[in-house]
Design a protein around this ligand. Structure first.
Ligand SMILES: [Zn+2]
Length: 274
């Protein structure tokens, strides 16, 4: 699933290419994509509107059209938002936005059809409203960050909880906890002040490194121009079960937490399986 760095990379690409373009038509191949809006209302509200900005909130891509219309797209598993030649068709096309006097279209390609689209009148509406702390926003300060640990759930699980902190997924949480040298099973409220401070610094740092490398491609992630990311070359533990830890040489292990895989170094992260 695309996480914050992958979504940010897609958003940056689309913004540069489509900013200020006027919408010409929408081709909707799969209306089940629409969550809070009918096809008729979507077409009516966006008709002739200009795409003012492409932004991100958590893992949502937000197309900001003139007249205060926000299209919030979540790609979920294996989804892509591509810039294509208007004559081309993606294999699992669900919606395409065509623009006047522009030889590119924005197409959602979504093999597993799990992605969603919401049309909002502001960024303070659901599903964006309930999202937690945004790692690159002004609200990301020590006081707010310290509050997300008020839970007995394991720190790995709480960092995946989009209502507490948004944008992180399975890959980056494993990498961040490894770099912090922290046991992923530690209950949130038992994470020491020192470890919280180190996570506070590491989260934006690791995400920035990943954005600078255009995200991580392990399976099918591509940016809006169809290019793969490079950050998979810099992963230290994720997907590396059985490999030697880059710090200490111990064998990296995989455990399950909340039905998801966590990769860790038992020695660097003081973990034992009892
Ligand atoms: Zn190690």
């Amino acid at each position: 699933m695309p996480e914050l760095p992958e979504v940010e990379t897609i958003v940056n690409g689309l913004h540069v290419e489509f900013k200020d373009k006027k919408l010409e038509k929408i081709e909707l191949s799969d209306p089940t994509l629409l969550r809070n809006v009918s096809e008729e209302e979507l077409r009516e509200r966006l008709a002739g509107k200009r795409l003012e900005r492409v932004t991100r909130r958590g893992k949502y891509i937000v197309l900001e059209f003139s007249g205060v219309n926000f299209v919030a797209i979540h790609l979920r598993m294996s989804g892509r938002l591509l810039s294509l030649d208007p004559g081309d068709r993606a294999d699992h096309e669900r919606i395409s936005f065509y623009f006047a006097d522009h030889d590119r279209k924005i197409t959602m390609d979504n093999t597993r059809r799990l992605g969603t689209l919401d049309l909002l009148g502001s960024l303070e509406e659901e599903p964006l409203d309930s999202l937690g702390l945004e790692p690159f926003a002004d609200e990301y300060n020590w006081e707010n960050f310290n509050e997300i640990f008020s839970t007995t759930r394991p720190v790995k699980v709480l960092l995946l909880d989009q209502d507490r902190i948004t944008g992180l997924g399975n890959i980056y949480v494993s990498e961040i906890l490894f770099r912090a040298g922290l046991d992923p099973t530690t209950p949130g409220e038992e994470v020491s002040q020192e470890d919280r401070k180190s996570l506070f610094k590491l989260i934006p740092r690791v995400l920035t490194e990943a954005i600078n490398n255009k995200g991580t491609t392990l399976n099918d992630y591509q940016d809006s121009s169809g290019k793969r990311g490079n950050f998979q070359d810099f992963l230290r533990v994720y997907g590396k079960e059985g490999d030697p830890c880059p710090n200490c040489g111990s064998e990296i292990v995989r455990i399950e937490q909340g039905g998801r895989s966590t990769f860790l170094c038992p020695s660097c992260q003081n973990w034992d399986d009892d």
